[in-house]
Design a protein around this ligand. Structure first.
Ligand SMILES: [Zn+2]
Length: 380
């Protein structure tokens, strides 16, 4: 590991109960959240999650964040200036509190329990709004961390080191996000690739992926990847995460879900989860054709192919609500589309309640449960 940042190993060692305490004042222990899920309201028992949407954006606006400068210089809890995102929204996003509260209440009404909001830097994350909307809706909310697609990286991303990025993530998970004490419970969605971009991962993407893996190793938090890079590059990202000592059973490959069993097995054979997401847009919007019912039928057919191939325990579903055309009030399926249309379409195909429960409850629970913090992998 880098000599620049000895505090990481120390924090992890302290968290693991070693007797070294001399430097604890400058390197607070990383809490051991093994066996818990970390929501915006604090850690909870995994059994409390209920049906879970693994990839949503309750509030979102696509907008590059401000610089992360000045560069951090401390040890472990560095004096990093976190991007202050609230109140700097662009236009056209999902930003109205009461509208979004009403939309997610539809999921609660349909029996929902938890929403994983993987809005992070570059998507105008608002920890306090997530806290308030969780309280008001009585839904558990798990908040994301990290860097989205490279086009929305902060302007000083080139200058930031892997150690600095790791520090920001660990701080998000152990101390709080953007100056609050509201903590992230998942690292993601971690940007890879771009719309139509078939090139290799860039240096900044590799730094972001590596920092995500290190922060996962140090805290025990799961990772969710925004998988827009070409398939071979996504395998490379998994290689990198694995090389940092992260068990791929805690990694979700967002936006991968298709009925192509061979393509999906490239992820699931390694332990990673595949995810059916971005759905429920109003007919005609963003490439959707046909009615919401017809779209649900197509999605269910693809999911059924993977169930038949034995991949049930690696399938996740979510709407990836991120545009206004997905809201129920605008003719979209909203946050209850899966519960009210996709799940019934699966049932109509003969998929059992037990299988549906595995996909909607048990798989998210398994992914979101923290593992014990570990020291960084050391290299020669
Ligand atoms: Zn995404």
């Amino acid at each position: 590991m880098s000599r620049r940042n000895p505090g990481w190993a120390l924090g992890a060692v302290l968290a693991l109960g070693a007797s070294t305490t001399a430097l604890s004042a400058q390197a607070p222990a990383i809490p051991n959240l093994a066996g818990k899920v970390l929501t915006v309201l604090g850690p909870i028992e995994p059994a409390a999650l209920g049906p879970t949407l693994m990839h949503e954006h309750i509030f979102i606006d696509f907008k590059a964040p401000p610089p992360m400068a000045p560069p951090p210089t401390g040890i472990f809890v560095l004096k990093t200036q976190q991007p202050a995102l609230a109140g700097e929204r662009g236009s056209g996003g999902l930003t109205d509190f009461d509208t979004q509260l009403a939309e997610i209440r539809e999921f609660k009404k349909a029996g929902g329990g938890t929403i994983v909001d993987v809005t992070n830097f570059g998507l105008t994350r608002d920890p306090e709004a997530l806290y308030r909307v969780s309280e008001a809706s009585d839904l558990h909310v798990v908040m994301g961390a990290g860097w989205y697609m490279k086009t929305l990286h902060p302007p000083d991303m080139n200058e930031r080191t892997v150690e600095e990025l790791t520090d920001i993530l660990v701080r998000d998970i152990t101390v709080g996000a953007q100056g609050t004490n509201i903590r992230s419970g998942i690292i993601g969605e971690v940007g890879t690739g771009n719309f139509g971009d078939k090139g290799p991962l860039t240096e900044n993407e590799l730094k972001s992926v590596r920092a995500s893996a290190r922060a996962s190793r140090l805290t025990g938090a799961p990772i969710l990847i925004h998988s827009f890079a070409p398939p071979d590059e996504l395998q490379r990202a998994l290689d990198l995460i694995e090389a940092e000592g992260v068990d791929l059973n805690h990694v979700v490959m967002g936006h991968t879900g298709t009925g192509d069993v061979a393509a999906m097995k490239r992820y699931t054979d390694r332990g990673a989860y595949i995810e059916f997401d971005f759905m429920g847009q109003a007919p005609g919007a963003m490439g959707s054709s046909g009615t919401l019912e017809q779209s649900a039928e197509r999605i269910a057919t693809n999911i059924e192919a993977l169930i038949d191939a034995g991949l049930t325990e690696r399938i996740l579903i979510a709407h990836d609500v991120c545009i206004t055309a997905q809201l129920k009030k605008n003719g979209g399926g909203g946050f209850a589309y899966i519960s009210t249309m996709v799940v019934p379409a699966l049932r109509a195909k003969g998929v059992s309640d037990a299988t549906i429960r595995t996909i909607m409850v048990e798989n998210p629970r398994r992914v979101l449960t923290f593992v014990a913090p570990q020291s960084l992998v050391t290299r020669q």
